[in-house]
Design a protein around this ligand. Structure first.
Ligand code: DX5
Ligand code: ZN
Length: 231
């Protein structure tokens, strides 16, 4: 599967209308991947949907799926989402017993393997295993809910990851999720992000196509891949 080049805008269907999901999936067809937030009311204090719903989204969506698992016991459940055909499956580092083994399993099934870190989790612990992951997700809010404020104090993590990936020649995608909007996307792009999740900023727009284009243009304009090397 050929996936879009950076910068990638991945609308989060957490902000979609759950009973008009097909309509809302069609509305975001001009984006890059569709971000699917799976929450279990255990790892995070909120509940969304599970494999049955994701299977229907996979069958209906014009865009490939970027699944974000906010669930406990990722080792057990994540492979099932790769088997449904998701292009990318991201689990939380805090929820996996054997992150490297799990990432290998996801790749073996045919998905890109992603690992996410909550705001209080340092990123240095994954440096040695960077090559095992196709995507690192730096959460810019506490996971669980859409519509929260962007945390710019997470930018040093992104800069460190960008620096480390460049040093190793790794093509790891760097994703940000939480509070991404026309006011904040440039900050994350400058820090090294290339893949941007946006829920309320996309679904809250009057013209969704125009909002996606505007976010992508801002990210492209502010992408300084080498800037982080100097920081
Ligand atoms: C939050 C989710 C996000 C959420 C982002 O835990 O992982 O994907 O949908 O929503 P916004 O863009 O509104 O912050
Ligand atoms: Zn998410």
């Amino acid at each position: 599967m050929t996936l879009p080049d950076a910068p990638r805008i991945n609308p989060s269907i957490l902000s979609a209308d759950f009973v008009n999901m097909q309509r809302d999936l069609e509305r975001i067809a001009g984006a890059d991947l569709v971000h699917v937030d799976v929450m279990d009311n255990h790892f995070v204090p909120n509940l969304t949907f599970g494999p049955q719903m994701v299977e229907r989204v996979q069958a209906t969506s014009p865009l490939p799926l970027d699944v974000h698992l906010m669930i406990s016991d990722a080792d057990r459940w994540a492979p099932g989402y790769a088997e449904l055909g998701a292009a990318s499956v991201t689990f939380h580092l805090e929820a996996a017993r054997e992150p490297v083994a799990l990432a290998r399993r996801l790749r073996q099934i045919g998905a890109r393997a992603g690992v996410a870190v909550k705001p209080d989790t340092p990123v240095e612990q994954i440096f040695d295993d960077l090559g095992e992951f196709d995507q690192i997700l730096v959460m810019t809010v506490e996971p669980g809910f859409g519509g929260q404020s962007f945390r710019d104090d997470m930018m040093p993590k992104l800069r460190a990851l960008k620096r480390e990936a460049s040093r190793r020649g790794a093509a790891t995608w760097l994703q940000v999720d939480g509070g991404i909007s026309v006011d904040t996307i440039a900050i994350a792009a400058e820090a090294g992000a290339d893949t941007f999740v946006a829920g309320s900023a996309v679904f809250g727009a009057d013209d969704i196509d125009a909002r996606i284009d505007q976010l992508r243009a801002l990210a492209a304009q502010h992408a300084h891949p080498a800037a982080s090397l100097e920081s």
